[in-house]
Design a protein around this ligand. Structure first.
Ligand code: ZN
Length: 125
């Protein structure tokens, strides 16, 4: 399955605030993490609204709204996803200790969470 297909399947499951720009702005390696998080969101029965899912400074960021009466379930699901992303290469999805925070460019501006191999590719570009 290519990136766009996988991205669209996951994006379709999400209750977006703005249905005209349903974008999950992360690399292929993190899509399975997002997929699991979205399933947990949907199974919770909590009436959330997703604003944005993206990578920033090498970490996963998830912005959403939820009813004031909701408990902290969804926040916990986001925490799990962010921890998984910390240990997973954003490009290829390799997990474990191979992951390295690679600074491939200008003073941390392009910091991404990549494994050693993907980090080498990134620097070459
Ligand atoms: Zn990788």
């Amino acid at each position: 399955m290519n990136y766009d297909t996988k991205h669209d399947i996951i994006a379709d499951k999400i209750n977006w605030a703005d249905r005209f720009s349903p974008t999950i702005d992360v690399g292929l390696g993190w899509l399975p993490i997002i997929d699991r998080m979205v399933d947990r969101f949907n199974e919770s029965g909590i009436d959330y609204t997703m604003l944005q899912i993206k990578e920033k400074f090498g970490g996963l960021r998830v912005y959403f709204t939820q009813p004031a009466t909701a408990n902290s379930k969804l926040d916990a699901y986001v925490s799990i996803a962010c921890r998984e992303a910390e240990e997973t290469c954003e490009m290829c999805g390799v997990s474990g200790q191979e992951v390295d925070i690679t600074n491939g460019g200008l003073s941390g501006f392009w910091m991404r969470n990549l494994c050693f191999e993907c980090g080498k590719e990134w620097r070459r570009e």
